[in-house]
Write a protein that binds this ligand. Structure first.
Ligand code: AMP
Ligand code: GLY
Length: 430
């Protein structure tokens, strides 16, 4: 079977890595990255050109295409493939609205009684300012641009003055362009964040795993938000009892609701959660695998990924839990100087092979490029180094031992990835 993976980040490297370990599967990727190129041929079709991607799949006689990032999904790549009779894993544009429109996602959750933060949707600055002056959502208050904003369209405002300023930035100065034409104002949720992943085919779904990301750039969850500086899986916050609640109160009604509204969801569903004192509440949905969550979850999978993906595209998926290793996985992101505002590109990376030689370690590429036969930095998040262990301590030790062998100028990394798992374990009742 021939599978095309669309994308070129750490998540896609992990997808390609998992698929190339299977017998009888050959993989092609576009646009890929140097780490992926070591495992599979890479084409140069951009992820934003649905017709060119479909033509690539036809030309290469691909049996299944897996879409990694949200942008092509929001552009309707899955629809184009289906119209052209090609098998694709990833939601339609209509189903991907769960991620590309936060207003759709919130209204949808309200319609289907899925637990989430209280909210108001505003279509003008005047409307937003009126909600702020009513004080109905309290402070701090969360302001979100409706559309895709690469994780940067969210402002947590402690005071009315900061919230007013954010309304101005998003709706008047249009800092994120048309993404800010509609604003979601949301009640601030207190709790620990975790995420939960399933592979869905309409109402049927296979449970993958939980994980926890580290979104802030600096240790101790300080500094600006990033795409994710590291992750671990599974999350000790999602005990089997809590996981069952997430499935019953969130996953089942969401997938059934999407079917009932004529937008059946087929793909990886990423449920971003806040574990509040009133139970798990949805912070956001993503319509694709997480990055760096994929890098710590896919190595746990103890059954062929290709079968799961194919079953989901052929209506043969039956609801169950996927088979998983009981080991723990911790992934540390190595980022460029300047990230998250900019990226210090072109810095030579050394020690990659040495790091990958650490037993139980994996090195996934994201923002890398090849230049004069060197691998160099090319983007904000450069690599994810994953460690595996029978305990979180072991997995952390392996990940940092391997990461310690990699060098590039101005490299940034957090030194506390995975520590939250240790405190959560010691605090949780047995
Ligand atoms: P989002 O893009 O919706 O995931 O938001 C980005 C980050 O902002 C989340 O990972 C949370 O840390 C934070 N956040 C979003 N919504 C809320 C909320 N209602 N209450 C508290 N924190 C939030
Ligand atoms: N790690 C967060 C995301 O993939 O959106």
């Amino acid at each position: 079977m021939k599978i095309l993976v669309v994308g070129g980040g750490g998540r896609e490297h992990a997808l390609v890595w998992a698929l190339t370990r299977e017998r009888d599967v050959t993989v092609l990727c576009t646009p890929g990255n140097p780490g992926i190129a070591a495992l599979a041929p890479c084409a140069s079709v951009p992820v934003t050109d649905p017709d060119a991607l479909a033509s690539l799949a036809e030309r290469e006689a691909v049996d299944l295409t897996v879409i990694g990032p949200e942008l092509p999904l929001s552009l309707g790549v899955a629809d184009t493939f289906t119209e052209r009779g090609l098998r694709v894993f990833g939601p339609t544009r209509a189903a991907a609205a769960l991620e590309w429109s936060k207003a759709f996602a919130k209204d949808f959750m309200a319609r289907h009684r899925v637990p989430t933060a209280g909210f108001r949707i505003c279509h003008s600055a005047g409307e937003a300012l009126a909600v702020l002056s009513s004080g109905e959502l309290g402070y701090p208050i969360v302001l979100k641009a409706d559309g895709l904003a690469a994780g940067k369209g969210v402002v947590i405002a402690e005071t009315r003055a900061i919230a007013d300023q954010a309304v101005h930035d998003l709706m008047v100065a249009r800092r994120f362009g048309e993404s800010g034409d509609t604003l979601v104002l949301e009640e601030f949720l207190v709790g620990d964040e975790a995420s939960y992943f399933v592979v869905a085919d309409g109402a049927d779904f296979v449970r993958l795993s939980s994980a926890q990301d580290h979104k802030r750039i600096f240790d101790g969850d300080r500094g600006p938000n990033t795409g994710g500086m590291g992750a671990f899986a599974p999350s000790p916050l999602l005990t089997s009892q809590m996981e069952q609640r997430v499935v019953d109160e969130i996953v089942v009604p969401v997938l059934q609701g999407m079917v009932d509204e004529g937008r059946p969801f087929r793909g990886f569903l990423y449920v971003g959660l806040m574990m509040t004192s009133h139970g798990p509440k949805v912070v956001e949905f993503n319509v694709r695998f997480g990055d760096p969550e994929a890098q710590v979850i896919l190595p746990m999978l103890a059954e062929p990924l290709s079968t799961l993906l194919l079953d989901a595209t052929s209506g043969q998926l039956s609801s169950r839990a996927a088979r998983f290793s009981t080991d723990k996985f911790v992934g540390v992101v190595l980022a460029s100087g300047g990230y998250p505002d900019s990226a210090d590109n072109g810095k030579v990376i050394t020690g990659l092979a040495n790091a990958a030689a650490v037993p139980d370690a994996l090195v996934f590429h994201a923002g890398t490029a090849e230049s004069d036969s060197h691998v160099v930095t090319h983007g904000g998040r450069v690599l994810t180094v994953v460690g595996r262990g029978t305990t979180y301590e072991q997995a952390i030790e392996v990940a940092y031992r391997a990461a310690g062998r990699i060098r590039f100028e101005h490299m940034q990394l957090r030194t506390d990835i995975g520590r939250k798992a240790l405190t959560a374990v010691s605090q949780s009742p047995v």
